[in-house]
Design a protein around this ligand. Structure first.
Ligand SMILES: NC(=O)c1ccc[n+]([C@@H]2O[C@H](COP(=O)([O-])OP(=O)(O)OC[C@H]3O[C@@H](n4cnc5c(N)ncnc54)[C@H](O)[C@@H]3O)[C@@H](O)[C@H]2O)c1
Length: 452
């Protein structure tokens, strides 16, 4: 919405949220999320045509178009628990709009939703006794955290779905007009509602599938002595495959991939397509396997005993350039290591300490009865995290981890010293020369080399 306000100075944009604390932070000098370039965009238009408020009623009344961007997490209980999208927030927002609206409005689905949600939402919205009619559009968001500003400024495409009747198309054209302020015409696609809703789920499923595909091959590389980076480079040069999103890693995280694939799986099951559901579910299973496999590798290499050993965790965000930790691989790896009572020393350049503490509680990552103070230390820099550690695990690909002084780190560590590189950013030969034992995802291991 900040980008929209920046690009369309004649449009007034009001952002509202039920979380008042969140709104206060959007109004302050310290924005609630870390996203490169966002600060500048917000500061350029806040108070001009971009406003933040907790007064949702007034915001609804004042607006002619309402983007609903509430969270749509995976259901935790009831029918579809663990897979289906929880639409509670979306329905509450729709009821709220329906109750307080003072005239017809266009309601835009910005949240990622199951296909055909617009149908249910139109029912909720139009069930008012004042005869007010709403048009529902689907305009899924394709930005990626960490590159959001670039993605919004120059989107590969903007997708807008609407009803094919005259009123529906009028609404579509209004939203197209907004995007045409800065997005070239050929990059604004219009489709029917269901294609737009489904395309978002499918886009995320395809992206996550690529990660799981290359990660599955990383396991085979370790066994055979092939190098996953070389394989990725070789196959990526084929234009039909393409080189992007072929980086082997400790697994994908973030608030969207897993949730959206689970949702897709659930929809396929609901429509009686068990084979299709199983196909996509495998992307998640492979991701879980990769995290487990990485943790097991740590245990195996460290002589099957990590109890009481200090392990530095570098990176807690689910990827670089974000402070977001939702579904981060780090919390799962930490959980596996804590099961064996390792002592973790964690550093991340952007994740606030209290966020990490909340994550340990929310993901139940500590063994029952364990003392968090004894097992987890949160550090202010990479060097203090590595001091006296037996091993270092790189779990987020932060740029600063690419230029660490490994000689200095080695001196401060217990010997034998191990590096477990879950992002393939360390120069393996260079750190081996220093004296490290180094394990990188998808690279030859001592076992695969022995086969020669
Ligand atoms: N985060 C991303 O990178 C990303 C990218 C594309 C799409 N999406 C989709 O966008 C949606 C939102 O994701 P997010 O990461 O911004 O979630 P979020 O949890 O960070 O933010 C959602 C906000 O909605 C507010 N909210 C909930 N119910 C409300 C209501 N009834 N009225 C007003 N405010 C309400 C919450 O307080 C919260 O601040 C999800 O459907 C997600 O799948 C997210």
């Amino acid at each position: 919405m900040a980008m929209l306000a920046l690009k369309c100075p004649t449009i007034k944009v009001i952002v509202c949220d039920i979380n008042e604390r969140q709104i206060e932070r959007w109004q302050s000098d310290c924005l609630p999320i870390y996203e490169p370039g966002l600060n500048e965009v917000v500061m350029a238009c806040r108070g001009r045509n971009l406003f933040f408020t907790a007064d949702i009623d007034s915001a609804i009344k004042e607006s002619s178009m309402i983007f609903v961007s509430v969270n749509t997490p995976t259901k935790k209980f009831g029918v579809g628990a663990g897979k289906a999208a929880d639409l509670k927030n979306w329905e509450l927002a729709a009821r709220h709009i329906s109750q307080v609206a003072n005239g017809s409005k266009i309601v835009v689905e910005k949240s990622t939703l199951p296909v055909r949600t617009a149908h249910s939402m139109a029912k909720v919205l139009n069930a008012n006794e004042r005869g007010i009619k709403f048009q529902v559009l689907s305009n899924p968001e394709f930005l990626a955290e960490g590159t959001a500003i670039r993605d919004l400024e120059k989107p590969d495409r903007v997708l807008i779905g609407g009803h094919e009747d005259e009123e529906g198309q009028k609404a579509v054209n209004k939203l197209v007009w907004i995007y045409h302020h800065w997005v070239p015409k050929e990059n604004v696609l219009t489709t029917n509602l269901w294609s737009a809703e489904l395309s978002k789920l499918v886009a995320n499923a395809f992206l996550a599938q690529r990660v799981s595909s290359i990660n599955s091959i990383s396991a085979l590389c370790e066994k055979t002595g092939a190098d996953v980076n070389e394989v990725a480079h070789a196959i990526g040069m084929d234009k039909r495959i393409g080189s992007r999103f072929l980086q082997a890693s400790v697994g994908f995280g973030g608030s969207c991939f897993q949730k959206d694939i689970l949702n897709l799986v659930y929809i396929c099951q609901s429509f009686g397509l068990p084979e299709v559901a199983a196909y996509w579910e495998q992307v998640i299973l492979m991701n879980d396997y990769q995290k487990r496999r990485f943790a097991k590798q740590i245990l195996d290499q460290m002589f099957n005993t990590i109890s009481g050993k200090k392990i530095a965790i570098l990176g807690f965000a689910f990827k670089k350039d974000t402070g977001d930790t939702r579904e981060t691989a780090s919390i799962y790896i930490a959980k596996y290591l804590l099961e064996d009572r390792a002592k973790l020393r964690i550093y991340d350049p952007q994740v606030p300490h209290d966020q990490m503490q909340r994550d340990f509680r929310e993901y139940k990552a500590l063994p029952e009865g364990a003392d968090p103070e004894e097992l987890i230390s949160i550090c202010d820099d990479a060097y203090s995290a590595c001091q006296d550690a037996h091993a270092v695990c790189i779990l987020t690909e932060w740029t600063e981890f690419k230029s660490l002084d490994w000689v200095k780190i080695y001196k401060g560590m217990k010997k034998p010293a191990f590096i477990f590189d879950g992002r393939n950013i360390v120069d393996v030969e260079a750190v081996k020369k220093i004296g490290f034992n180094c394990f990188s995802i998808g690279k030859p291991t001592p076992e695969s080399v022995k086969m020669d």
